[in-house]
Write a protein that binds this ligand. Structure first.
Ligand SMILES: Nc1ncnc2c1ncn2[C@@H]1O[C@H](COP(=O)(O)OP(=O)(O)OP(=O)(O)O)[C@@H](O)[C@H]1O
Length: 248
């Protein structure tokens, strides 16, 4: 369980306002909000990696130690800079395991490669030899390589097609159950959040607007939540009429 108490983050202006939030362990938590609502900053504060020039006050308390890499897997929104350009994916993976005194867990990594539709031969490539979507999937692989107890995933499905998005979210749900992990999944779409999330946290303009289970959010009377639900229903209708895949 992570408790966030009276958290304020500011640069020139206040960017996160009095955030109070409990992130229960072993749950799939979805952080939803429009662009600029503060989702990434909240993740960065959880990682203790706020950008230079920002300050924060308030508390982030975890009931168990969380070390980045080992206990926390972070899938950043900006993944292209996350790789050293002069090492292949295999060398980077080896180094990731070596840094924690272990060797590559081949059966597990093979399973993740299959799930993410990553060709194992791409492990021999340098970051510059991979597409944006392939790099994003490698960023996911690296984040889960050490089987962390907490996964912070920032808009991880933006470069993925709907089928792969579903497969990845299904896999993350299985991962959560198998390893008792907590997943914090940032998205601006309500559809996947209602389908996969156990706890939903809605953000607007640096504030938490509402939290609750999918059922509570669906029945909410809050104007912001209503507008998101409306947008979600419209997009469902549009997808139904064009016969593309959607979340029920
Ligand atoms: N380094 C920075 N310096 C100053 N302001 C920043 C900085 N990084 C982010 N902000 C501001 O903080 C606010 C929240 O940004 P954040 O990246 O958390 O939004 P977000 O909800 O993740 O948006 P998106 O969905 O577009 O990624 C925005 O108004 C943004 O302009």
């Amino acid at each position: 369980m992570i408790q966030i108490r009276s958290l304020h983050v500011r640069a020139e202006h206040v960017l996160l306002h009095d955030v109070n939030l409990s992130l229960p362990a072993h749950q799939f938590i979805c952080l939803i909000g429009a662009s600029g609502s503060g989702k990434t900053l909240l993740l960065k504060r959880l990682l203790d990696r706020l950008p230079d020039g920002m300050s924060s006050r308030g508390e982030v308390i975890s009931d168990e130690p969380l070390r980045r890499g080992l206990d926390i897997g972070y899938i950043p929104q900006q993944y292209t800079d996350a790789f050293l350009p002069f090492l292949t994916m295999r060398q980077l993976l080896r180094d990731t395991y070596r840094a924690h005194g272990s060797k590559i867990d081949h059966p597990y990594i093979d399973d993740v490669l299959r799930t993410l539709e990553l060709d194992p031969t791409w492990l021999n490539r340098y970051p510059g030899e991979l597409s944006g979507g392939q790099l994003q999937r490698f960023a996911i692989l690296f984040a889960v390589a050490l089987k962390p107890r907490l996964i912070l995933a920032d808009e991880l499905t933006t470069a993925l097609d709907p089928v792969l998005t579903r497969r990845l979210l299904d896999w993350l749900t299985e991962y959560q159950h198998q390893y008792g992990a907590t997943i914090v999944f940032v998205t601006h779409e309500l559809g996947p959040a209602l389908h996969y999330g156990e706890q939903l946290v809605l953000m607007q303009d640096g504030r938490i607007v509402e939290t609750g289970t999918p059922q509570m959010i669906e029945q909410s009377r809050h104007p912001f939540t209503n507008s998101l639900m409306q947008a979600h229903r419209t997009s469902l209708e549009e997808r139904k009429s064009s016969c593309t895949q959607s979340y029920p």
